[in-house]
Design a protein around this ligand. Structure first.
Ligand code: COA
Length: 245
């Protein structure tokens, strides 16, 4: 894992076609870093953060959005606060102006965010803290394709939770890469579900699945994955080190 310190004036980073860069961002950081990251947000972003339910959620959202700006700025060869982020038709943020061709996608779960940046092709990321007490049968039947649900629910209890979260994140990264959210029925494509199986798009009703790659990015207690429109991506991982004030 590479550790890069980014901030204003940081040197440019390049993600070439065929590569995906995954940035790990810790959202609980020192107050001085929080202030530095808050300073790169737009006024609308600050207002959005302030509307969140708790101070903790606001701080974590501010760090995630500030880190997103700092990291993207190094790829776009621009300044973090001058980047223009705009939501697509279903809410997927994209850059307009400098860096507008850079495919990226952010996911956050509790104190962790993952940012995936692709050299080419659409990209989606997701991370979920694995929690017990989920209505797995109900949710699997409601959200997953019937064969996915059957496979998960046939597993021994100790493998079932990991499979449920593996399936969830592998499916969510695909709809996040498409940018559609739930407007695509989730039973129109299938993924591998067992946590000990490599992540893969098995079938897609309207597309050739082998054009896409799924990659697991999980860590202890967290299920995470990415989807990229690239058959054999080289994945490089980085740790974001927040700037000090
Ligand atoms: C945004 C969405 C795509 C994911 O939401 P989530 O899991 O709650 O949150 P994540 O942390 O993974 O992603 C949120 C980030 O994704 C990005 N995002 C927002 N809308 C998006 C979209 N339509 N497509 C891709 N990315 C999107 C944003 O950067 C957002 O961060 P922000 O809130 O700081 O702006 C959600 O609206 C959605 O439709 N999820 C599908 C959920 C689902 O059905 N999962 C089951 C899979 S079986």
């Amino acid at each position: 894992m590479l550790v890069l310190v980014l901030g204003e004036g940081a040197s440019a980073v390049r993600c070439v076609p065929g590569e995906v860069h995954v940035w790990r961002i810790e959202l609980d950081c020192a107050g001085t870093s929080l202030s530095a990251l808050a300073a790169v947000l737009s006024q609308d972003e600050r207002k959005r953060g302030a509307r969140l339910r708790s101070a903790e959620q606001c701080q974590r959202w501010t760090v995630a959005r500030g880190a997103l700006r700092c990291i993207l700025a190094t790829y776009a060869r621009s300044e973090p606060r001058s980047l223009a982020l705009q939501a697509g038709p279903h809410g997927k943020p994209e850059l307009v102006g400098p860096g507008q061709d850079i495919p990226f996608n952010l996911a956050h779960t509790e104190g962790l965010a993952l940012l995936a940046i692709a050299g080419s092709g659409r990209v989606g990321s997701d991370a979920e803290v694995v929690r017990v007490g989920i209505e797995m049968e109900d949710m699997s039947r409601r959200f997953f394709a019937p064969t996915e649900a059957d496979e998960i629910l046939a597993l021994a209890p100790e493998a079932r939770l990991a499979a449920f979260f593996a399936c969830w994140t592998r499916k969510e990264v695909f709809v996040k890469a498409l940018g559609t959210g739930l407007s695509v029925p989730l039973d129109r494509f299938q993924v591998t579900v067992r946590a000990d199986q490599p992540a893969r798009l098995v079938s897609v009703a309207w597309d050739e699945p082998n054009r896409w790659s799924l990659v697991d990015l999980g860590e202890p207690g967290v299920a995470a994955a990415l989807a990229v429109e690239e058959p054999a991506p080289v994945v490089r991982r980085f740790n974001f080190v927040p700037p000090l004030a």
